[in-house]
Structures are given as structure tokens and as C-alpha cells.
Design a protein around this ligand. Structure first.
Ligand code: G3I
Length: 367
């Protein structure tokens, strides 16, 4: 019995000594790609407030760009008609300054995560007032403090038409251009972007190009387009992505991959989407890797990231930033969407912040 205990202790100790951990010797994504494009991450409140000791060391070493995952969304930053809550956003700006991390504000105008007082608002004048006050107040406060803004997020349907939303309904189809006009006036020093998911897909891309051309034709500034990049490791649309980089760059704007993650779990609808309102029911079959990712999937994930970063490097003059939607697998929204309580593995660091083979593959491309 005693021998057994000692042996197990030895095994556990040696595993701990030899397993990979995050440390001084881990290579740096931002340093490896410093001549190519910015490397960003989404940050949550715990990370912004530096409450997690590993994240505190890892984030500034790995990333030179950051997007708040939730804390600059309207429901958080503008909770009442005349009430703003800038606490965490101010902390994020200070964090960026301390570590020389460029902040991308996310997001000024989005139909989702709106404050409760906007729910069911019928009066067009009130919507217009909200729209104007929100952009003016938030964009002006952070002028010169954030590097860029996702001015409008997810305004398009999959077929490229304008999504039905409170803004489209009450303000009409020019609301996107108007949002950029207001943002430009309130925050003249910030880069201004349109951001969406699946806008690398041909129909949605065509709608996105038309939208950008409309903004430009109105004499309003738009500096870039964000392709979110919520894809599945087994089904990355590389051809559509490459065509999109080329087509968008013809508009004279930068292209960013703004919310990159590669899901490995089955999708109940067998498609790529990121609409937070789509939900499905949990079954064990839909959560196949609760106890660990099999090697075959790890290989797929690694290859997926390798292929993508090869492509990004091919267009490094046009691609100006690649941002992961989270620091480690445990933080990812994909553990809770579209089915709650699953175990997904979409990022470059695992739940213990250990770099995964996909991290090594991305670093190896620059060696
Ligand atoms: O903060 C509340 C907490 O007080 C409450 O108790 C809890 C109960 O559900 O909810 C918490 O809010 C959650 C919030 O994340 C913060 O954790 C919301 O329910 C949850 O819906 C929200 O999800 C976020 C989602 O956007 C909706 O805003 C995800 O974290 C975030 O990753 C995701 O990000 C979006 C991008 O902004 C736009 N593109 C798609 C992307 C993925 O959906």
C-alpha cells in the first residue's frame, strides 16, 4: 500500500515537472508577428482587472491588441437613458496604456446586448436620440484613448441584405452610414471599422461591400472591415477568406480577423454562425470531448490554425490585426453557445493557459 502511494506520488511529481506549462521560455505571438500584423485577444473583466495571476503575465507577453469581450457593449456601458458606466472601460484603457496594448472598442451600434430601457422602444425619435447620444458620448470619451472602434456590428443577414433590427426599423437603411458619420465627428483620431461574422461568404460579402461603398460614397470615413472568424476547425472556408481579403482590399480599407476561434464540437445546425440568440438543447452526444480532446481533433485544430496563419501572412500588408476571441479555452463563449455546458477547445492556450500544439504551429511559421 505504502509502495503504491510513493510510486503514484513520483509519477504525479514527474508529470508535473515535465508537462508543459506557461512560463518565461514560452515564445511570444506578438513578437513573432511584430513585422506582420497585430495579435489581439478578447479580454473579460477578471483579466482587465489583473485578478488572474497567469493571465496577468501571459497577456502582455503574447498580445499587442485587445478587444473587450463584453464590457463596452451598450447594456454595460450605457445602462440608463442618462446613465453611463465607464468604470471597466476606463480600466481597460489604463491597462492598454500600461502594457502598450492597442484597444479596439467593441462596439458602438449592435442590435444585441442593448440596455433594458431600449427594449420595446417604439418611438423613432427616442431611438434616434439614443443612437446619437450613445455614439457621441462613448466615442468622444475614448477619442485618443482607443486605437479603433467596431462602429457597427452585425448589421447584415446571411444573404447580404440589411438585418431587421430596431435601428433599421426606426432609422431606416442609412443608419450604418450615420453611425460612422457620428463616430468620425466624436472620435476623429480612432480607426473606424465595420464588423460582422460570415462576411467572407460570397452573398454576405457582396452585401458588406455594397454597405462599405455606400459609406464611402457619402464622403464618410471607414478604415477597415472586421471578419469575425468564428469557424469550425474541420471546415475553414480558406478560399472564401482569401477572396474576401482581396475584394475588401480593393475598397482601399484594411482587413482584420477580429474574433478568431475554431470550434471542434458538432454544430446542431451544421453551419457556421455566431448569432447569440440561436440556442439548442444539451445532449451527451453533442459534448463528445468532455474528458479531453482526441489526438485526431488536436491535429485538425493545429492544421486549421497553420493554414489560416499562412494565408494571413500571404496578405500581411492588407491584414492589419488578428484577434483571438478569448485567451484560453476555458474562457471561450463556445463552451456555452449554442448549447450550454459543453467543453470546447477553440483557442491556442488550454484551460490551464498551457500553449497547445496549434500555438507551436503558429509560432513555427515565423521561425
Ligand atoms: O454579466 C451577466 C451576469 O451578471 C449574469 O448573471 C449572467 C447570467 O447569464 O450573464 C452575464 O452576462 C453574460 C455575458 O456574456 C457576460 O458573461 C451574458 O449572459 C452572455 O450572453 C454574454 O455572452 C457574450 C455574447 O457576446 C453576448 O454579448 C459572450 O461572452 C461574448 O463572447 C459574445 O461575443 C460576441 C461578439 O460581441 C460579437 N460577435 C459574436 C461574439 C460571439 O457571440
Amino acid at each position: 500500500m505504502r509502495t503504491y502511494k510513493i510510486t503514484s506520488l513520483l509519477v504525479i511529481t514527474s508529470l508535473a515537472l515535465f508537462s508543459r506549462s506557461y512560463g518565461q521560455k514560452t515564445a511570444s505571438l506578438k513578437d513573432s508577428y511584430k513585422n506582420d500584423f497585430l495579435i489581439g485577444t478578447a479580454l473579460n473583466a477578471t483579466q482587465i482587472e489583473e485578478k488572474d495571476p497567469t493571465a496577468k503575465v501571459l497577456i502582455p507577453k503574447q498580445f499587442n491588441a485587445a478587444t473587450p469581450e463584453n464590457i463596452m457593449k451598450a447594456e454595460v456601458i450605457h445602462p440608463g437613458w442618462d446613465k453611463y458606466n465607464f468604470d471597466l472601460a476606463d480600466k481597460l484603457v489604463a491597462y492598454g496604456k500600461k502594457y502598450n496594448i492597442r484597444i479596439n472598442g467593441h462596439t458602438l451600434i449592435w442590435h444585441s446586448q442593448l440596455p433594458a430601457f431600449m427594449h420595446g422602444m417604439q418611438d423613432a425619435d427616442s431611438v434616434k436620440q439614443y443612437f446619437t447620444n450613445h455614439i457621441k458620448t462613448v466615442a468622444a470619451r475614448y477619442n485618443g484613448k482607443v486605437f479603433s472602434w467596431d462602429v457597427v456590428n452585425e448589421a447584415l443577414n446571411e444573404d447580404g441584405t440589411l438585418r431587421k433590427s430596431i435601428f433599421a426599423d426606426k432609422l431606416g437603411p442609412d443608419f450604418v452610414t450615420e453611425a460612422f458619420r457620428l463616430a468620425q465627428a466624436a472620435s476623429p483620431d480612432a480607426q473606424l471599422y465595420y464588423n460582422d461574422y460570415n462576411n467572407e461568404q460570397p452573398a454576405k460579402r457582396a452585401g458588406c461591400i455594397a454597405l462599405i461603398k455606400k459609406i464611402q460614397a457619402a464622403g464618410v470615413r471607414i478604415d477597415g472591415v472586421g471578419i469575425q472568424g468564428h469557424w469550425r476547425a474541420s471546415n475553414i472556408p480558406l478560399k472564401d477568406i482569401e477572396e474576401s481579403i482581396v475584394e475588401y482590399s480593393k475598397l482601399g480599407i484594411k482587413v482584420m480577423f477580429t474574433e478568431l476561434d475554431l470550434g471542434v464540437l458538432p454544430n446542431p445546425w451544421d453551419g457556421d454562425a455566431a448569432d447569440v440568440n440561436m440556442k439548442a438543447t444539451y445532449t451527451a452526444k453533442m459534448n463528445p470531448y468532455a474528458n479531453g480532446l482526441p489526438d485526431s481533433m488536436q491535429v485538425k485544430l493545429t492544421k486549421g490554425y497553420e493554414d489560416l496563419f499562412k494565408l494571413f501572412l500571404k496578405y500581411k500588408g492588407t491584414v492589419s490585426r488578428v484577434t483571438f476571441w478569448g485567451v484560453n479555452d476555458g474562457q471561450s463563449w463556445l463552451n456555452g453557445w449554442p448549447i450550454k455546458g459543453r467543453t470546447n477547445y477553440p483557442l491556442l492556450f488550454d484551460r490551464n493557459y498551457q500553449p497547445k500544439p496549434a500555438f507551436d504551429a503558429v509560432i513555427a511559421l515565423k521561425k
